[in-house]
Design a protein around this ligand. Structure first.
Ligand SMILES: [Cu+2]
Length: 344
């Protein structure tokens, strides 16, 4: 018993210390997945709710703490206990009204949070007017397949894990899943929306400010769920249009055609590169890989070192990932990465 009390005091102190460190640390502002900043009207609503519910909870906890302390110290009508003294066991009159007041007040506080939450959720689900185009996102274990739709079929293209959007306009997202339930969450821009097999959900994102926003799968979807990240890059409409135009092009053929052949042979059954024989769909489209900031679904920076490590042994980085180690010779590895570097 005593042991238990001691360890729970330790846990309480540790949690308090951790919480203080988390909130006091200056790194918090540029933490990759900071859900306490907002860059859109929809995320504003979620952020206000987050702080509001936090505030209500703190007030309720403080009130309970004060009342409990007072009730412990006041002990009306009780003599100071002496050693060996026996206390009467049984209900004492009065005091019941405190229960009703307490239940009433916390019931009202809970009801207010429920109404507020439902209102925010309804606002998030509300279609936005005037979305100029739609992005289709399909969740896979453990990466994001991204397809830009357009009325003009020649402007449709596929990419992965990094989504560009223009600032100042809403963009419609169609969310689907290729396997299990995932959840699309970019906290700076909106709330979470599930990607459910056999169903298409909708979401509207509108970024107020240009910037790079981190997202994350928010529904446990298997062993690498925690490493299923994504990035949303919001940029000026002009820069966005340039990016889209560039994505439509096939990458320039590499100087060394045999490198492309090695890639087709070893990787092309799972990965596609526009304008080449490589047209696999089991893995992310690599057409303009070098334009992406990260690889392996937001996990690693897209540097030569990380790419070589990933291609050589994806299982060491994301154990269980659906990319098997290709077992390349060091020469093949260098040749294939040399080819990837031409995918600009
Ligand atoms: Cu997932």
């Amino acid at each position: 018993m005593r042991q238990d009390a001691n360890s729970s005091v330790k846990v309480a102190w540790l949690s308090a210390l951790l919480a203080t460190l988390m909130f006091a640390s200056p790194a918090r502002a540029d933490a990759p997945l900071n859900y306490l900043t907002s860059h859109s009207d929809r995320a504003d609503a979620v952020l206000h709710l987050t702080w509001g519910v936090m505030g209500i909870s703190v007030v309720v906890m403080a009130a309970i703490g004060v009342l409990l302390t007072v009730s412990i110290w006041r002990r009306p009508g009780l003599a100071e206990p002496q050693p060996g003294m026996r206390l009467a066991v049984g209900p004492r009159e009065g005091g019941l009204s405190w229960l009703w007041i307490g239940v009433g007040v916390s019931g009202l506080a809970l009801l207010a949070t429920v109404v507020w939450t439902v209102d925010v959720l309804a606002g998030l689900a509300e279609p936005a007017e005037g979305a100029p185009f739609t992005i289709e996102v399909t969740g896979h274990q453990w990466w994001w397949h991204v397809r830009y739709l357009s009325d003009d079929p020649s402007r449709i293209f596929t990419t992965a894990n990094e989504i560009h959007i223009p600032t100042g306009v809403p963009v419609r997202f169609k969310l689907a899943s290729g396997d299990v339930i995932h959840s699309f969450w970019v906290p700076a821009l909106s709330g979470k929306t599930d990607l459910i097999p056999g169903q298409t959900n909708e979401l509207w994102l509108e970024a107020r400010d240009a910037g790079t926003y981190r997202g994350q799968c928010a529904e446990y979807c298997g062993i690498e769920h925690a490493r299923m990240g994504l990035i949303v890059v919001a940029q000026s409409p002009a820069a966005f249009r340039t990016w889209w135009d560039h994505q439509l092009q096939s990458p320039a053929p590499p100087p060394d055609a045999s490198a492309m052949q090695s890639f087709d042979m070893r990787c092309g059954s799972c990965h596609a590169v526009r304008g080449t024989a490589a047209s696999g769909v089991l893995g992310p489209d690599l057409s303009h890989l070098m334009q992406r900031k990260t690889i392996a679904a937001g996990l690693l920076a897209n540097t030569e070192r990380n790419r070589l490590h990933w291609i050589d042994d994806p299982q060491a980085i994301k154990p269980g990932s659906l990319m098997p180690a290709p077992e390349l010779t060091p020469h093949e590895l260098a040749v294939i990465d040399g080819y990837l570097e031409t995918l600009r």
